[in-house]
Design a protein around this ligand. Structure first.
Ligand code: FE2
Length: 332
């Protein structure tokens, strides 16, 4: 698939400057040092209770440098025109082990340190949570290529990862998603398209705002052959629209809706932004307002492939009220 707009690093910086002040946050060296110390000193609470875990992260977050806290709050409150924030120069520990080759491999100290750092930053946006039925090892997901997934439409594949929002079928889909890069690959590009940048006619917008699209749960969920599905609107009909888009797991229910869906795809491909995540960079985006994808690439499965960590965040735990699993941070 050809994407028409790819920004060079210089153009990307230019875009960053033109945003409403929140697009890139580069940590100063003294901020990086302070954060590294704080995360090393963090005492993880031994509890499965969501309030205990969230409070535990917040206690350390509250000690973070003021400028960093301010930027995260600004992003949460204002969003900015692009609805994403790239945090650079985060501290990572030296000596990261080889990128695992299979799911659920033991991950190691450097990975766990990064996951803790990411969780602490994520809690500034809301509640870090995960899905009970997802094939995962905890609240923080690991994303690296897995050979047997190469051709599937999941984040561990290596063919083009189709445009999507995270868990669009689920009523507790994330409000924010964070991706922290532990090991980079310059060939791997992340594509983003904010819904408020879509170039669509009024008629197409109206059609996309009809409850006329079916969406199924994706293959990262454990299920016994019974895929959950629900009817959704692609756009919510407002000026700064929420978007639900995941064509690999979605179907239009009428020809008019299918046509508008196809125009939407064209607009996404023509208008998207490109990022190449480097080690120590964390991308935060608003999953209600941004669709994302990734290019096809050729992992070597030699322990040096790209490795990201992902957190999912809901601003209000109220959103989980029908799906929460006891008092944990998991939903069903
Ligand atoms: Fe994704």
């Amino acid at each position: 698939m050809e994407l028409l707009k790819e920004l060079s690093p210089a153009e990307y910086q230019q875009e960053a400057k033109s945003d409403c002040g929140g697009l890139i946050l580069t940590l100063l060296d003294d901020e990086k040092e302070k954060i590294e110390q704080l995360v090393r000193q963090h005492n993880t609470v031994n509890s499965k209770d969501g309030a205990d875990i969230t409070f535990n992260y917040l206690e350390t977050w509250n000690k973070f440098p003021r400028r960093v806290k301010r930027k995260l709050l600004e992003f949460k409150f204002k969003g900015g025109d692009h609805s994403y924030l790239l945090i650079k120069n985060l501290p990572l520990l030296q000596g990261l082990r080889d990128t695992p080759l299979a799911k659920n491999e033991i991950k190691g100290k450097q990975r766990d340190y990064a996951a803790l750092l990411q969780s602490i930053i994520s809690v500034s946006l809301g509640y870090v949570y995960n899905f009970k039925d997802k094939i995962t090892t905890g609240l923080v997901d690991d994303i690296y290529p897995i050979k047997k997934d190469s051709n599937k439409q999941v984040g561990t594949n290596s063919v083009f990862l189709e445009w999507h929002v995270e868990d669009g079928f689920h009523e507790t889909k994330a409000d924010f998603v964070t991706l922290l890069c532990l090991r980079d690959d310059p060939e791997v590009k992340t594509y983003l398209m904010p819904a408020n940048h879509l170039n669509l006619s009024d008629a197409e917008r109206v059609q996309l705002s009809q409850l006329d699209y079916l969406i199924w749960e994706d293959l990262t969920f454990n299920n016994e052959g019974d895929l959950r599905s629900t009817k959704v609107k692609v756009l919510d009909g407002t000026e700064d629209p929420e978007i639900i888009y995941d064509p690999a797991y979605m179907e239009a229910c009428s020809s008019a809706s299918a046509e508008a869906f196809s125009s939407l795809k064209d607009s996404i491909v023509k208008g998207c932004l490109t990022l190449t995540l480097a080690e120590g960079e964390m991308l935060v985006f608003d999953n209600r307002r941004v669709v994302h994808s990734r290019n096809a690439y050729s992992p070597r499965f030699d322990g040096k492939d790209r490795w990201l960590l992902r957190t999912l965040v809901v601003e209000s735990w109220w959103k989980a009220k029908n799906k929460k699993v006891e008092s944990t941070l998991y939903v069903s």
